[in-house]
Design a binder for this molecule. Structure first.
Ligand code: GDP
Ligand code: GDP
Length: 448
């Protein structure tokens, strides 16, 4: 399970010393040379450690703006990134310059901000200058810390304070102690048979326990120290009693199961073609942003265990291609082949689920993410209506499924195919089979 390091974001108008502080925090004295245009400069983010705690430091002064981006705009973007991304914000000001209208402009963006924010008054090179610091209480943002980034004065105290403020929760993402698995699919593909096969035939230890919602019964399997909760298994067993439209009932049941699950097993029948029912189920799982594994059941009818080929025989490769073509929404899903009748292929399904869950909880560091996407934007620039799309910064805001936010100059420029291009670039590097990815485009204008 990957960790999300706590993120410290430095904001401040130009020339207050953001880059100097950044370099000091990351223990690097050298001035960072500018990269080629379009590639994010190294100055933007770096990891460092203080008293055994690792943190990511982001310097919003490192964002490469267009020459024609007005300062107001730049300030908005800085603030937006800090608001979305930071565990602690360092609002940097300059003791020698005193309170400046642009400080106020930036401060206004942080009204009502709930996370810790420290007003750091830089260039307080000596105790006399600490006296100037108090005027920054006017900003109305809270505590004031005079420091000198150039000489290091007060920086250790500041770091001590930052480390105390870091919420414990952001340091380690808890690995969920079980995977909630939903078996879904249209009628007669073999869901109940698979459930019985899982319960009876795997090496997994099985128990039926009351579900977390009323009138449901879950089945719990354990394999390799992993726990899988097959959710709402009573619904699968209670077949005879279905009233009314079976289609409606099945769709509704699948919908509720998907909502409760981490991973959806989409069951299709190997001996039949894919139907609209299969497509609807796949779309539901995808739209809900769950991990997905596709199971082609009744494979014994296609590849008989006695080895005698029948009319229906098709290779697995062809079946995989058919699925790719007909269920493109879940093209990232791995495909397993089972026979509930023969209890074949069941453990492989569970192991594929584990892998999908690992990918579902995948996290990439801010640095790697920005490098990857900065290059993608650089390689394939998007220009529409005479305007070029520009990415300032990218961050992974959550896992399950991995969700990335792009801060751009104008989200209106982005269209579906460009997002698909970005996803392809990402998946070329990190396949992340079994999980959808969410990509969200934000503008600096959006904060209401
Ligand atoms: P940024 O635009 O906010 O990133 O500011 P820089 O880090 O580029 O610093 C702007 C100027 O302020 C540079 O000339 C720095 O050397 C100077 N500076 C930064 N920190 C200090 C400090 O603590 N004391 C003094 N006297 N000068 C500083
Ligand atoms: P559900 O409606 O999706 O729960 O499907 P069932 O589990 O009730 O299965 C529907 C029919 O397919 C039953 O007659 C099962 O015996 C049969 N069936 C299920 N799985 C397999 C399998 O792997 N191979 C074969 N040959 N038949 C199967």
């Amino acid at each position: 399970m990957s960790k999300k390091l706590p993120v410290i974001v430095i904001v401040g108008r130009p020339n207050v010393g953001k880059s100097t502080l950044f370099n000091r925090l990351i223990k690097k004295r050298v001035a960072v040379v500018e990269d080629e245009p379009g590639i994010t400069r190294d100055r933007l983010y770096a990891e460092t450690e203080w008293r055994g705690k690792r943190i990511t430091v982001v310097d919003t002064g490192g964002i490469l703006f267009h020459d024609d981006d007005p300062l107001v705009e730049q300030i908005r973007i800085q603030a937006q990134i800090a608001i979305e991304e930071a565990d602690v914000v360092l609002f940097l000001t300059d003791a020698t310059a005193g309170s400046h209208p642009d400080d106020q402009l930036l401060a206004d963006r942080f009204r009502g901000f709930k996370k810790p924010l420290l007003v750091v008054v830089n260039k307080a090179d000596n105790p006399q200058r600490d006296g100037f610091a108090s005027e920054f209480y006017e900003l109305g943002l809270g505590e004031i810390f005079p420091i000198s980034s150039l000489h290091g004065r007060g920086v250790a105290d500041l770091l001590d304070h930052i480390v105390e403020l870091i919420p414990a929760a952001s340091e380690q993402e808890e690995k969920p102690d079980e995977t909630r698995l939903a078996i879904i699919g249209r009628p007669n593909v073999g869901k109940s048979s698979l459930l019985n096969a899982f319960s009876g035939e795997t090496r997994a230890i099985v128990s039926s326990i009351p579900g977390t919602t009323r009138d449901t019964v879950d089945t719990v399997l354990k394999l390799d120290n992993e726990t899988i909760r097959l959710i709402d298994t009573a619904g699968l067993r209670r077949k005879g009693k279905i009233q009314g439209s079976i289609e409606y009932y099945m769709a509704d049941r699948a919908k509720r199961a998907i909502e409760r699950c981490d991973c959806a097993l989409i069951i299709v029948a190997g001996d039949e073609g894919l139907t609209d029912g299969d497509k609807r189920v796949a779309k539901m799982a995808h739209d809900d942003g769950k991990a997905v594994v596709i199971v082609v059941n009744k494979w014994d009818l296609v590849e008989p265990p006695d080895g005698q080929p029948r009319n229906k025989s098709i290779p697995k490769k062809v079946m995989r291609q058919t699925l790719q073509d007909q269920l493109p929404e879940v093209g990232y899903a791995q495909v397993c082949f089972t026979s509930a009748k023969e209890s074949a292929g069941l453990e492989a399904v569970l192991r594929t689920v584990f892998k999908a869950m690992e990918n579902y909880n995948f996290r990439l560091s801010t640095g790697q993410l920005n490098r990857l996407f900065a290059e993608a934007f650089h390689k394939k620039p998007l220009t529409r209506k005479g305007k070029t799309l520009k990415m300032y910064y990218c961050t992974q805001v959550k896992t399950a499924p991995p969700t990335f936010v792009f801060f751009v100059n104008d989200p209106e420029l982005v269209h579906f195919s460009y997002m698909r291009y970005l996803e392809n670039v990402f998946r070329k590097q990190y396949a992340l089979e079994g999980t959808s990815l969410r990509m969200v485009v934000r503008s600096s204008h959006e904060r209401k």
